[in-house]
Design a protein. Structure first.
Length: 180
């Protein structure tokens, strides 16, 4: 598949059903349920409201992958709180929440392309941003992809109802506040 075969753009609220259907398809295909934590419809809808964004990869009109990016400020779901950071540091945190790729289109570099797009978007919003995400230690493919895009493991902890996760971060300087 060549880059001319697909397009990447922000999704709209009218595409929320397609987002949920793709996530449901991924969840149904997962053989290790702890690898993925699904996102509820309301939360996905909130990612479609600026400054948040869901970038979708489309093959013609079909959604084949997406990444959700949030700017939670001081909300309780800001991953910076999990790292013991203060409110000044928290305000610079963004959250790469979910990346989903249709099983029929895996192996084409779409996850890394979406990670790169989310990094660029985050840095345009705030050049001092720290982009945080979580990945299961058992999800070696996703872990390798985020690390290859410059993310560093900051902490290992239980999240999402007791699922083991790494909290990883990306910032231009590579210098993170101390993790508690």
């Amino acid at each position: 598949m060549h880059s001319s075969d697909f397009s990447i753009r922000p999704c709209t609220l009218q595409e929320l059903d397609a987002i949920m259907e793709l996530q449901d398809r991924i969840c149904a295909a997962i053989t290790q349920p702890d690898l993925f934590a699904s996102t509820c419809r309301e939360e996905n809808a909130s990612y479609l409201v600026t400054p948040n964004v869901i970038y979708g990869v489309f093959k013609q009109e079909r959604l084949i992958a997406y990444a959700s990016l949030a700017f939670p400020k001081e909300a309780s779901d800001n991953l910076g709180w999990d790292l013991g950071w203060n409110s000044t540091q928290i305000r610079h945190c963004a959250k790469l929440d979910t990346i989903v790729v249709d099983p029929d289109f895996r192996g084409l570099g779409l996850q890394r392309t979406l990670i790169d797009r989310c990094i660029s978007h985050t840095l345009k919003q705030d050049p001092d941003s720290i982009l945080l995400t979580t990945v299961s230690p058992s999800n070696l493919f996703s872990l390798r992809n985020v690390q290859n895009e410059g993310f560093q493991i900051l902490k290992r902890m239980l999240k999402y109802g007791g699922k083991e996760r790494y909290v990883l971060g990306y910032c231009l300087s590579g210098q993170f506040p101390a993790v508690q």
